[in-house]
Ligand binder design. Structure first.
Ligand SMILES: *Cc1c(COP(=O)(O)O)cnc(C)c1O
Length: 358
């Protein structure tokens, strides 16, 4: 399918941010976006890259009532020589389509999705910041746009991709976070939509996150919804623990988001010869390991930060310190290796990096 490209007139282009240390996250958007429509019987049609603009929606469109709304999160990175890279984009494309299937939405043909990503990022190349750790954050989104209040899968959708420059996550180096174990509230349950990037999951997470934040914690550590015994995720990231010499992350049981970073951490650690387990890990086991002195490291993983060290866990009224509240060695090594692959600073034995522009 052809993508019709309409560029913004040069005099209407937005000023690009000049201070890369003030970019933050998700505040600034580029000049263009990709958009395509779906209608039952017609399929996906009218693919275009056009000037970024507000969407006009009827107040009765289904995404605004019943939550058929999914998204992805990925980044484009600029190497020292100016080359532009994506990191495992095929994984995001597949995951978006899996989210679409689960919410009875419409998958987007993989080649078209990739073509849209490459063309949009190439057009917006000048928006990609240069500093190490900075990037162009890319947000593919799909919404149900049939105007109807009956509960059924929508007959119309919009799929669009927006992008914007984001700052380095660790401009001043790592600072291990304090996390709060939520026993009362859960994020997702097996059999539900926890493995999808579905908007409702994030709405459901806000209350506990706010509680944790009010108590001075950075993130919520989510437990399984049934027994409230096993760790699942932290905030909107996957979770890893190192107990003894075993790197442990919970298995993808349906309530956990299958992170691209999670998968990359597992593959990299396996390549290093580490003992990696995807297995259920209970709070009891974590506390026992902490008491015995074998709870060596804990970190979250996700596209935003790559890895984020955890220095302290609050559970049932007690604080448990990990690695004296300092960033662990393996955590730091994973961060550096993955970052260097993403920015083209190191050879990529996994074939994760996709160069899209010189
Ligand atoms: C996006 C996300 C992750 C991390 O996935 P990545 O592909 O590594 O960015 C983990 N958990 C949740 C709930 C998420 O939304």
């Amino acid at each position: 399918m052809d993508i019709k490209i309409t560029k913004v007139a040069p005099e209407k282009m937005k000023p690009k941010p000049t201070d890369e240390s003030k970019l933050g996250f998700g505040q600034i958007f580029t000049d263009h976006f990709f958009i395509i429509e779906y209608e039952t019987g017609k399929g996906w049609h009218n693919a275009s890259i056009e000037p970024y603009r507000p969407l006009t929606l009827d107040p009765a469109v289904m995404c605004l009532h019943y939550g058929q709304l999914i998204f992805e999160g990925m980044k484009a990175y600029r190497g020292k020589d100016g080359s532009v890279y994506l990191f495992r984009p095929g994984e995001n494309i597949k995951r978006m389509n899996e989210s679409a299937m689960r919410l009875c939405m419409q998958p987007v043909e993989e080649d078209l999705f990739m073509d849209a990503l490459v063309k949009l990022v190439t057009i917006e190349k000048e928006w990609i910041p240069r500093g190490i750790g900075t990037s162009l954050y890319i947000r593919p989104t799909m919404i149900a746009t049939e105007t109807a209040l009956g509960v059924h899968p929508s007959n119309r959708y919009l799929f669009y991709i927006i992008a914007g420059p984001v700052g380095a996550y660790y401009p001043e180096g790592f600072s291990p976070t304090k996390i709060y174990v939520s026993e009362e509230y859960v994020r997702a349950v097996r059999g539900g939509v926890g493995y999808c990037k579905a908007a409702g999951n994030y709405a459901a997470s806000l209350y506990a996150s706010q509680k944790a934040s009010d108590m001075g914690y950075t993130q919520v550590l989510w437990l399984d919804a049934v027994e409230r015994k096993y760790v699942e995720e932290v905030g909107t990231s996957n979770i890893f623990f190192i107990v003894g010499d075993e790197l442990i992350t919970p298995p993808l049981s349906g309530s956990i988001l299958p992170g691209v970073t999670r998968k990359s951490v597992i593959q990299m650690a396996q390549r290093w010869g580490m003992n990696v387990s995807e297995r259920p890990l209970s709070m009891d086991e974590i506390i026992e390991a902490q008491a015995k002195g074998t709870l060596n490291e804990c970190f979250a993983s996700g596209t935003a930060a790559i890895v984020s060290p955890v220095g302290q866990i609050y559970y049932r009224g007690k604080e448990y310190i990990i690695n004296e509240g300092k960033t662990g060695e393996v955590t730091e090594k994973l961060y550096n290796e993955i970052l260097q692959i993403q920015y083209g600073e190191k050879e990529d034995p996994f074939g994760w990096r996709v160069k899209i522009s010189d």
